[in-house]
Design a protein around this ligand. Structure first.
Ligand code: 2HA
Ligand code: ZN
Length: 272
């Protein structure tokens, strides 16, 4: 079986294709990383070239030592992932110290992993620890309506969470831990990775003001679904604000009742 016939690779391509059609990935905007399972690593071993040089990650991600990630490439277009994966994405291996990575498959012709690799690996490291290894996906998208809201709402995770929850009844069930917000920062380095990481401790969704969104999840489908749910809610909010604002809404007590009915722990932090 070729790499491109493997299920995780097919899923990766499907999600990038879907995200492109959502309008979240203009030009080279956005990036996606997936941490391979042990079985997937064994299945692709024959295709890997372990001779390449290690490159510093810029942070230490000790608990990701010897892990393999399917990563989109820097400057590459999400819309082209389905056209040629090995030109636009690759598999990166983290070394034993958790400080360096090397490309073992793909990213041919001298291509490099996403410029947001540091934020991705920082988030993977935190989520691996917090979820006992269950979470495998980090996705960064330039979600139009969520970005628009960062020009209008206070850059406060509590405000964003409550507003987004109110726009669609299932939101608190889909992201009960709410969203975090990072103020505008220079993208592509260790500083924004650390700020994102701090918020990933408590949330699966982190909004980058005037830039986009980071989502974390167990599977490619769930992570895409989370991004889609938050962005749809943001779209409703943009429409509501454009129509003159809320005239009625879901109340704190409604949310408590929802939590009980769906057996979801909805934090009182957002129900004041
Ligand atoms: O261009 O999205 O954040 C890739 C990005 C940088
Ligand atoms: Zn971006």
């Amino acid at each position: 079986m070729m790499i491109e016939d493997m299920k995780f690779v097919k899923n990766f391509k499907k999600i990038t294709n879907d995200a492109w059609f959502k309008g979240w990935h203009e030009r080279n905007g956005g990036n996606l990383t997936y941490r391979l399972t042990e079985d997937e690593v064994s299945a692709v071993k024959g295709f890997m070239n372990e001779d390449s040089e290690f490159t510093p990650i810029g942070i230490n991600v000790k608990n990701l030592a010897n892990e393999y990630f399917l990563v989109t490439g820097s400057g590459k277009f999400i819309r082209n992932m389905t056209v040629s994966l090995e030109e636009n994405a690759g598999i990166a291996k983290v070394d034993e110290t958790g400080e360096n990575y090397k490309i073992v498959w793909g990213l041919i012709n001298g291509a490099k992993p996403t410029s947001e690799l540091t934020s991705h690996l920082m988030s993977h490291s935190i989520k691996k620890e917090k979820t006992n290894g269950e979470y495998r996906v980090i996705m960064h998208s330039h979600t139009t309506n969520t970005i628009a809201l960062t020009f209008v709402l206070p850059l406060d995770g509590k405000v964003f969470t409550r507003e987004l929850w109110e726009m669609a009844t299932e939101c608190p069930v889909v992201f009960p831990s709410g969203v975090g917000v990072v103020p505008w920062m220079v993208p592509g380095g260790a500083a924004i990775a650390r700020e994102t990481g701090k918020l990933m401790n408590d949330h699966d969704v982190v909004i980058w003001a005037h830039h986009g969104m980071f989502c974390a999840g167990e599977t490619l489908d769930l992570t895409f679904g989370l991004m889609d749910t938050v962005e749809k809610s943001a779209e409703i909010l943009v429409k509501v604000l454009s129509m003159g604002g809320k005239k009625q809404t879901i109340t704190s007590q409604n949310f408590r009742d929802l939590g009980k009915a769906f057996n979801v722990d909805i934090s009182e932090d957002y129900l004041g």
